[in-house]
Design a protein around this ligand. Sequence first.
Ligand code: SF4
Ligand code: SF4
Length: 397
Amino acid sequence: MQSLEALTRDARALANGDIVPAPPLSAAEAEVARQLQICNACRYCEGFCAVFPAMTRRLEFPQADLHFMANLCHNCGACLHACQYAPPHEFAVNIPQAMAQVRGQTYVDYAWPPALGRLYQRNGLTLSLALAAGLALFLVLAVVLQGQGWAVLWQAHSGGFYGLFPHNLLVSLFAPVFLWATLALGLGVRRFWRDITPATSGAPLSAPATTEAADAVLRLRYLDGGHGEGCANEDDAYTLARRRCHHLTFYGFLLCFAATSVATAYHYLLGLPAPYDLPSLPKLLGGLGGLSLALGTAGLWRLNRRRHPDHGDAAQKPMDLGFIALLFLTATSGLALWAARGSAALPLLLCLHLGAVMALFATLPYGKFAHGIFRSASLLRHAVEKRQPNPIGLGSD
Ligand code: SF4
Ligand code: SF4
């Protein structure tokens, strides 16, 4: 309890402009703060994930703390099914849903440039338009470059990929979009980092904290439910399916990215242009990555469709499903290109694949991909914060 003297001192400092008043909480943020006050008295879920240990270091939940904790939550659902105060109890505690709503708002608030933050809110439409634009771009380019009308789209082409679209043209189209996506995501997460750092002790990064956070990200540690048996999906039963499908998707994406990077090095450093034959490294990495990505996204789609409706924010469903579908299309069209080499199906499949990749790159900073970046930043701050003395000295770490 603050003394009257301390309150008077704070009021005077506030009046003098020495204290910047905390930003007011949105309705979603106030709801998370309300629920965390109940959790802080209960603490039954302390072992489930990183959110509850972080909560025990706080008695109040200002905005930056809520943003940090909302992105620390992996939406595993475990605390909803364990909660004796969940609806229909009058306390109506539903941490996964409340956190999901604030998390979605942070993507909008930290988007760069800020005006494009609204793309998160109409994400199903954004992804559809981006895909349509990507497809149209490459279909029209194929027709214009070959000068043979629309028939060029379904006839065998002796020159392979680069006979249809010259390498330098593809680089000039994809490189700016990819650099833009990297810049936009980087600037967005930098603002987020600057806001949550003072709220999480302000201590600098250390090697042990970075190693621990990297381990939590790469193993998706907090999708294990805190006991290793997995998280909830359609009901209160534990399943490791979400964790496994996320791993297939994440590592499949990385393998595809590695295949493109190795192919770029082959082209520019070794003077070996595509197409490559088996067992070349780009082909192996791309095939393995495409397969892993296709399996992972198919699994995530199925799990998402069956997900308990109380776990998440229904308004974000189109964003989740749209991103999964776009990744699946990218993977399967890439795999189909493997099989279609030298056939009449190649031009159309190539346009489909390039259009999907272009739509994916262009929407990376304004869709579900952002959750991995913001969550990694929160995990890193959590690993730093937990190594500092507990400021209130009540809860255990
Ligand atoms: S979610 Fe429910 S059971 Fe878990 S700590 Fe909060 S109030 Fe307690
Ligand atoms: S939903 Fe899972 S990750 Fe999120 S706070 Fe609850 S137990 Fe933790």
